[in-house]
Design a binder for this molecule. Structure first.
Ligand code: SF4
Ligand code: SF4
Ligand code: FES
Length: 277
């Protein structure tokens, strides 16, 4: 089916999310709480777009019911949706950067800035939309968390469930149980890597990773020395998926070195007179 985004006709599968279609066609829609590998949360509201049914619009245009040539000024005919969780099931026309949307995003960013004034990602977006720092109600001066929930979703997807959102109102935050090192945390850093506002600090120093007040032993690639993960993380994955394919003859290899080893092995066995053992 066809979807017209900012005047560009794009092909889409029924049920595909609007954000995916826009991305595939190099149309930028700002996002914060979206992560490809996780189910949509739609908590940040920054990816809002204006949507109108294309057939309805064509009919109304034919009967002269639209106010202007392209219908962009007819607000009543458009609905606001969050692109990251909006599945396209009919032909639609979409605006991603109208004046109305910019005003709405500005309002969203004003709230996010008030909540997390120390987040660089929010600061950059706020600057882009002309939002200035004003009153704030975060409980911490150095707050970066926008409470999007991505970190909790990532940890749940790992099956570890070591963190959750706790408290209410201005003291609402993400934490391990009782802010103590969580037994189930494996130091995988999935939470930190999906966080859109850099709110989860961790350090990798002298062979140790520290995250959520817990220290882990780091495991590095036997060939290149790059950090692969923590000992607890590799043991956990090994238990879930069976013995790790990374371990080979006592060696632990990173993805790149594994590919190099595989390529040289294939080259070796493909030489004349060689066969697979
Ligand atoms: S580092 Fe700990 S809290 Fe973060 S995703 Fe991994 S297990 Fe969960
Ligand atoms: S720590 Fe990051 S990922 Fe987690 S809720 Fe806060 S902003 Fe979202
Ligand atoms: S990216 Fe946050 S609501 Fe869509």
């Amino acid at each position: 089916m066809k979807v017209i985004i900012d005047g560009l006709t794009c092909e889409a599968e029924s049920g595909e999310y609007l954000l995916q279609i826009a991305k595939r066609n190099h149309i930028n829609i700002p996002t914060l709480c979206h992560e490809e590998a996780l189910a949509g949360l739609a908590t940040c509201r920054i990816c809002i777009v204006e949507v109108m049914d294309a057939r309805q619009k064509a009919e109304e245009r034919a009967f002269g019911q639209l106010n202007d040539d392209c219908g962009e000024k007819d607000d009543r005919k458009r609905k606001i949706v969050t692109a990251c969780v909006y599945p396209v099931v009919a032909e639609i026309e979409v605006l991603t950067n109208s004046e109305k949307l910019r005003d709405m995003r500005k309002a969203v960013l004003t709230l996010l800035m008030a909540r997390a004034p120390q987040s660089d990602a929010i600061g950059m977006l706020a600057k882009e939309y002309g939002v200035e720092q004003n009153h704030r109600w975060s409980s911490r001066e150095d707050e970066k968390c926008i409470l999007c929930g991505l970190c909790v979703a990532a940890c749940d997807k790992m099956g570890t469930g070591a963190i959750a959102t706790v408290n209410r109102g201005t003291t609402r935050t993400v934490s391990t149980p009782f802010e103590e090192p969580a037994e189930s945390c494996i130091g995988c850093c999935s939470c930190a890597s999906v966080c859109p506002s850099g709110a989860i600090p961790f350090t990798d120093l002298h062979g140790k990773r520290t995250i959520w007040n817990k220290e882990f032993e780091l495991v590095s690639c036997s060939w290149c020395g790059e950090v692969i993960g923590t000992k607890e993380q590799l043991e956990y994955v090994g238990k879930r998926n069976g013995p790790s394919a990374d371990v080979h003859g006592g060696e632990m290899l990173c993805e790149h070195c594994r590919a190099v080893r595989e390529a040289s092995r294939l080259k070796w066995v493909s030489q004349p007179g060689r066969t697979f053992a």
